[in-house]
Write a protein that binds this ligand. Sequence first.
Ligand SMILES: [Zn+2]
Length: 236
Amino acid sequence: MSTGEPARRSTRGTTRKTTDSTTRKAVAARKTADSRKAADARKTAGSPEPADASARESMAPDPPRATVTTIVTATTDNRPGTGGDLLLPVPDEDLLSPVPDEDGAPFWEYAARGELRVQTCTACDAPRFPPRPCCPHCQSFDSHWRRMSGRGRIWSYVRPHPPLLPAYAAQAPYNVILVELADAPRIRLVGNLVTAADAALDSVDPARLRIGAPVKVAFHTLPGGMTVPRWLLERP
Ligand SMILES: [Zn+2]
């Protein structure tokens, strides 16, 4: 991946700039309507007022604060309507990584090996997710990790829009899908539908999102080292 990585980042950076440019226009329009509400919210939140007060007061009253709100930073402001979370590029390193607990650690260890496995009761053979010590069906504490084929169907999905954490806002709107596993239909995993394991979160055309669409797993290693399952359309 050492040769592919820079190219991917470069492409993603270009995409983000384009997205940001489009988003700025949308945000600027929205600021006009929301500026008074945003100002009130700023006071409530205790954030500092823009430093350049004289410039602000010399502006026409409509829109009153279309430009001064750009002083907010991605790390301090992601309130609704301000758009502050969209103005600065944020590195992928800021995306959240899973934090394995004792019960769930095997799921992530297998994922790092490119295997999708689900905890399964040894006594009654029922799979369960998220991982936990006791079987909800027969109360047995004996379990093992059954390997899945990696195939499933989109059971549901959402397309998150800001306000989001800054690193996610930079790639929004993207998709979050709920995948029903072919080998364990009662088990549904949350993930992202992408065009390739290492592609950007917004790489799939939203028009392709469809409940029931067959998908297959792919594994993506995050900058922090964790490997997470992602999903590809069976018929891209
Ligand atoms: Zn059981």
